[in-house]
Design a protein around this ligand. Structure first.
Ligand SMILES: Nc1ncnc2c1ncn2[C@@H]1O[C@H](COP(=O)(O)OP(=O)(O)OP(=O)(O)O)[C@@H](O)[C@H]1O
Ligand SMILES: [Mg+2]
Length: 241
């Protein structure tokens, strides 16, 4: 583990982002990480990206996407939460955070910039073999992720599933599991019940009452998917009549 806890010292609970229930909860209780892999799950607008981005920024990961400690790192300003978020780290985590940028392993993969990043970095030495331009969206994405997950770093991902098929999502579960076993730490915001099923992961559900630690089978998304796949008409009837 690299990061044990995230917290803020002084929050203005009247102002965004602390008005988002999950972020209010984070400000009041802090957020503990006890397993190498943590998923942030919840409805649109529940605060997953806000928290994921702030964690990446607080650790000093590049906040645009791309590997930390390289010239491709962006100089984007920190988000409001990222400015205020503090991390309680392990010795290794502390060494990475306080050392030079190059010592910092890991990256932050933003949902919306992931594919742009891939095409701009394919063929650049030190990234991965071959051009991801000649692969399909999902193939390129997995190849790039595989190559970018190098060793025990802090990896923050926001909805990496968008490019991936069912089978490719399972491969990402395999990648996450391998990373977790290698001493890395992963925090991943997702809407995918497949990714969230990664064995041994903590799942934090963001909702109207804040953040709760939820078992996979009790997640709202799992319940919805189960019922939908079982009988789409029960949902569609309400929607389309
Ligand atoms: N810079 C900002 N200023 C004010 N409000 C913002 C800002 N960025 C996001 N928000 C709001 O904060 C809330 C949380 O947004 P966030 O992007 O973290 O949600 P999310 O859980 O990632 O949703 P999604 O599943 O759609 O990606 C939303 O209501 C959003 O509109
Ligand atoms: Mg989001």
């Amino acid at each position: 583990m690299l990061v044990h806890r995230a917290y803020v010292q002084e929050a203005d609970l009247e102002a965004w982002p602390f008005t988002v229930p999950a972020v209010t909860d984070l400000a009041e209780q802090g957020l503990a990480f006890t397993k190498p892999i943590t998923f942030l799950v919840g409805e649109n607008g529940s605060g997953k990206s806000t928290v994921a981005e702030a964690l990446a920024e607080a650790f000093g990961l590049d906040s645009y996407g791309g590997k930390a400690g390289t010239k491709y790192a962006s100089t984007r300003e920190k988000s409001q939460l990222g400015e205020m978020l503090k991390l309680k780290t392990s010795v290794n985590g502390h060494r990475m955070m306080s050392g030079p940028r190059k010592a910092r392993r890991g990256f932050f993969l933003r949902a919306e910039t992931a594919m742009n990043l891939l095409s701009s970095l394919s063929g650049v030495p030190g990234y991965w073999e071959g051009s991801t331009d000649e692969m399909s969206h999902g193939e390129g994405f997995l190849t790039a992720l595989d190559a970018m997950f190098t060793g025990p770093g802090f990896y923050v991902l926001d909805e990496p599933e968008s490019a991936l098929s069912f089978t490719s999502s399972l491969r990402l579960v395999e990648l996450f599991t391998r990373l977790g076993r290698s001493g890395a730490q992963v925090v991943c915001a997702t809407h995918s019940p497949i990714l969230a099923s990664t064995p041994g992961a903590t799942i934090l559900e963001f909702g109207a009452n804040g953040i709760s630690n939820v078992a996979w089978e009790d997640l709202l998304i799992v319940d919805h998917w189960r019922r939908y796949l079982n009988d789409p008409q029960t949902y569609l009837r309400h929607l389309l009549d």
